[in-house]
Design a protein around this ligand. Structure first.
Ligand SMILES: NC(=O)c1ccc[n+]([C@@H]2O[C@H](COP(=O)([O-])OP(=O)(O)OC[C@H]3O[C@@H](n4cnc5c(N)ncnc54)[C@H](OP(=O)(O)O)[C@@H]3O)[C@@H](O)[C@H]2O)c1
Length: 171
């Protein structure tokens, strides 16, 4: 989860935004990501949570579904009854979940917070092809100016998949 309070608010605004009452967004989480989130952030308005794991036996507290692979999570949202309710699928990480998502034909946007500082890290956002997912100059609802919190600068970036691009694995 974010160390920046305003970045976390931006994350919450994105994941909870729906067009009308009754609609929900689906969040897909890897197991470590799920358990590293502060418990007091739940429940999150307008959201359904799917945790991916091959070792858990049931959905953890506050999560709605457990699935063993990315495609099954997406299928949940695309079939009744949830297909009538789910508006947007947000992929929350970690690394493998992001990789699977970016290979998926339905993935058309990447919302990335570019932290303009160096840290020692052991988990990374995967590399992706920036000629396929292209950085947008401006994106509705996304502040384009550089942010600063606790002396660290960061910027909100949105990458949009080039029209007509189909991943080879799904083509
Ligand atoms: N700041 C941020 O914005 C941000 C974003 C994302 C992640 N993170 C951080 O990154 C860390 C977690 O990332 P991570 O990459 O180490 O772990 P992760 O993806 O959250 O969790 C890994 C586990 O989730 C399950 N899993 C993941 N992908 C799967 C898939 N495609 N299909 C089936 N199961 C899958 C597996 O569980 P089983 O072993 O049970 O099968 C796997 O061992 C946390 O510390 C989190 O806070 C931060």
């Amino acid at each position: 989860m974010s160390v920046f309070r305003s970045e976390f608010q931006y994350f919450l605004k994105n994941i909870t935004g729906v067009s009308k009452p009754g609609k929900k967004n689906m969040l897909i989480w890897g197991k470590r990501c799920w358990f590293s989130s502060p418990e007091d952030m739940f429940p999150v308005a307008n959201t359904l949570h799917v945790v991916l794991s091959n070792t858990l036996e049931s959905a953890p507290k506050h999560a709605h579904f457990l699935r063993t692979d990315f495609e099954s999570a997406v299928l949940l949202a695309s079939q009744p009854p949830l297909s009538d309710i789910v508006e947007t699928i947000w992929v929350v990480g970690g690394t493998r979940v992001y990789k699977d998502a970016m290979m998926h034909p339905w993935c058309d946007l990447i919302f990335l917070t570019n932290v303009m500082a160096a840290f020692d890290c052991d988990v990374f956002f995967p590399e992706f092809d920036k000629s396929v997912f292209q950085l947008q100059d401006k994106f509705d609802g996304v502040p384009s100016e550089i942010q600063e919190e606790n002396g660290i600068r960061y910027k909100f970036e949105v990458f949009k998949k080039k029209d007509g691009h189909i991943e080879k694995n799904h083509g």
